[in-house]
Design a binder for this molecule. Structure first.
Ligand code: AMP
Ligand code: MG
Length: 364
């Protein structure tokens, strides 16, 4: 049995300033005491994407109030905390430095252990913020605005990459295609709403990386094809149908590669655990979730996705990742640095630098 941990989490890697308090009980059970997310969507919307300098300034202006609110809503004072966890990367470095510095200040002033959390590790544990208890190991599909990868997660800090995108992330594809359809930023949720009731069969879009036997992804050809089709649209019904076709194509590719990863895992470890977890902003898409759930069921895998509020960036997942590290006896020093790039599987990233894993930049 490890001791109970009550951790303040701080997330500032992109365009959300977030703070949360999460309790990880001695038996491993998880309780989210508060989770506050201040979105900067209004500040970035006029530019059609995230502007790093504006993001960093907005984090500076709001971080203190957001942390105070998270503690207030949790009914926990600084004295009631057992640790502080702040995102240290990957992300827009100006923003990351704001949150990490704030976390260091709290840790120093209150003599608390600091955990410098990899944002991707936060997404990896986010499904555990729901009612369900998910044990390691599991196969993880991480699909967000900056990332699209399949990973085998064996435990805290133990992730092996199985595949990743060779160009855009899935969320980036949603956002960019949404823009060509004239939808507002952020495009993913807007495209999902437009696709409702659309006929996904009216337009034919290319299937990417056909014939390749790996678990890598590619969305750039789809993006180009959709942009070309979007130019010729005249009616609202056509826009709806193209949105539906795009959503189907993205969900289809995610399902196809996840299916391949599951089959490979079963072949390599016939008696191994069969758990599949999807996380990241794109996991909020209902069509994507449904396709992935069907593929998991077909392969005899359990299917877990975070509650919708914990799919996109939030600090509860950072607090939990920190609590899990503390429970495993891991923490960081006040020298921890902000890392704009920080792949979860560093060995795979070094071996295949063209994949640029762990990069999270402006999602224009
Ligand atoms: P994250 O990077 O984890 O904060 O996730 C944000 C990304 O998820 C953005 O690219 C969004 O467009 C995308 N996203 C959020 N909700 C949806 C949705 N319902 N459908 C498709 N993409 C979405
Ligand atoms: Mg994210």
């Amino acid at each position: 049995m490890t001791p109970e941990h009550t951790v303040l989490g701080i997330e500032t890697s992109c365009d959300e300033t977030a703070a949360a308090v999460v309790r990880r009980r001695a038996d491993g059970g998880v309780e989210v005491l508060s989770s506050v997310v201040a979105s900067q969507v209004a500040e970035h919307a006029p530019f059609g994407g995230v502007v790093p300098e504006i993001a960093a300034r907005a984090h500076v202006e709001t971080i203190e109030a957001i942390v105070e609110r998270a503690l207030g809503e949790a009914g926990v004072s600084y004295g009631g905390l057992t640790g502080v966890a702040a995102t240290a990367g990957p992300g827009l470095v100006g923003g990351v430095m704001v949150g990490l510095s704030f976390g260091k200040a709290v840790a120093l002033a209150r003599d608390l252990p600091l955990v410098a959390v990899n944002h991707l590790e936060g997404h990896a544990v986010s499904a555990r913020l729901g009612a369900e208890r998910i044990d390691y190991p599991f196969l993880l599909l991480l699909v967000s605005g900056g990332h699209c990868q399949l990973l085998h997660v064996a435990g805290v800090g133990e992730a092996r990459r199985i595949g990743s995108t060779i160009d855009d992330a899935a969320g980036e594809a949603f956002d960019k295609i949404a823009k060509t359809l004239g939808l507002p930023y952020p495009g993913g949720p807007a495209l999902e709403a437009l696709a409702e009731g659309g006929d996904a069969t009216r337009f034919t879009l290319p299937r990417m990386l056909l014939g390749r036997k790996d678990c890598d992804f590619s969305f750039s050809g789809l993006k180009t094809a959709a942009a070309r089709l979007a130019e010729g649209l005249t009616t609202e019904a056509e826009r709806r149908d193209l949105a539906a076709a795009v959503q189907k194509a993205i969900a289809g590719q995610l399902a196809e590669k996840s299916d391949r990863a599951m089959k490979a895992q079963v072949q390599a470890h016939p008696k191994g655990a069969r758990r599949f977890v999807v996380a990241g902003g794109v996991a909020a898409n209902r069509a994507v979730r449904a396709r992935l759930q069907a593929v998991a069921e077909m392969n005899g895998f359990s299917f877990s996705a975070p509650p919708l509020a914990y799919c996109t960036d939030n600090a509860a997942m950072i607090a939990l990742a920190g609590a899990e590290r503390l429970a495993a006896g891991l923490s960081d020093t006040l020298d921890a640095v902000a890392r704009p790039r920080w792949p979860l599987d560093e060995a795979a990233a070094a071996a295949s630098p063209t994949h640029l894993p762990g990069r999270k930049g402006a999602k224009a």
